[in-house]
Ligand binder design. Structure first.
Ligand code: URA
Length: 228
């Protein structure tokens, strides 16, 4: 693929802009300066730099972010910054979107992708992707709260009870729960329906993907070849 098209596909701007980036000597490919925008490169495992920053060609960009509190999962946020502001401009430019939504005050594992089919697979209720949350409770709870959640709690305006697939109470103010749906404010509403209140909410895992301990809030990481 031509270098100018490679850069364009990776979110570096229009073909005209990418040509200018190359002509001005800001690009290296496989460690060597690249000054010809029409030069052809095989894209498999292609490494390049723009202004000294390292990139790897990826047909689709799929990544995980440790979402900090105070960010909205929307391209057009209303009251806080968008999580997309935590990503480099080329990733935003190529249309990376959050997979589902976390509330602005929820922290933890958020996937983002520009692969529409993958996004759909991960969010579609048909696919029952498991999500595990650590919940800080307002009131000390007893083990019976897990029985309630595992048995299903009725949320307003929902036709059927919402059920936790797994639940544990490591201490009276901390609950860990797994669900496979993504209804609006689902965890907060389930905890309220069980007679308590969420003080803090952190997503630890999506499917088999666990938030790495060394990924600090606000940091992101590529997920090459991620399949739901
Ligand atoms: N459930 C909630 O209530 N909020 C989230 O952010 C995620 C799940």
């Amino acid at each position: 693929m031509q270098l100018q098209r490679i850069l364009q596909s990776q979110g570096f701007g229009s073909r005209r802009l990418c040509r200018a980036i190359v002509y001005s000597g800001r690009v290296t490919v496989a460690g060597a300066p690249a000054l010809d925008p029409s030069a052809e490169f095989p894209v498999g495992d292609l490494h390049f730099t723009v202004d000294g920053e390292e990139w790897r060609y990826a047909e689709h960009a799929t990544l995980m972010l440790h979402k900090p509190a105070g960010y909205e999962c929307s391209r057009a946020p209303q009251f806080h910054a968008s999580v997309l502001e935590l990503l480099p401009v080329p990733l935003r430019e190529r249309g990376v979107q959050p997979v589902g939504r976390l509330d602005q005050d929820t922290t933890g594992l958020l996937l983002l992708t520009d692969d529409g089919a993958l996004n759909h697979r991960l969010t579609s209720p048909k696919h029952h992707i498991h999500k595990t949350y650590r919940v800080g409770l307002k009131h000390p709870a007893e083990a019976s709260i897990c029985e309630q959640l595992l048995g299903g709690v009725q949320l307003n305006d929902e036709p059927a009870p919402s059920v936790a697939l797994a639940c544990e109470l490591p201490d009276p103010l901390t609950l860990r729960m797994t669900i496979d749906e993504g209804k609006y404010h689902q965890v907060k509403r389930m905890i309220a329906a069980a007679g308590n209140r969420v003080e803090s909410l952190h997503r630890e895992a999506v499917g088999s993907l666990v938030l790495p301990a060394d990924l600090a809030p606000g940091q992101w990481r590529w997920l090459p070849g991620f399949e739901a």
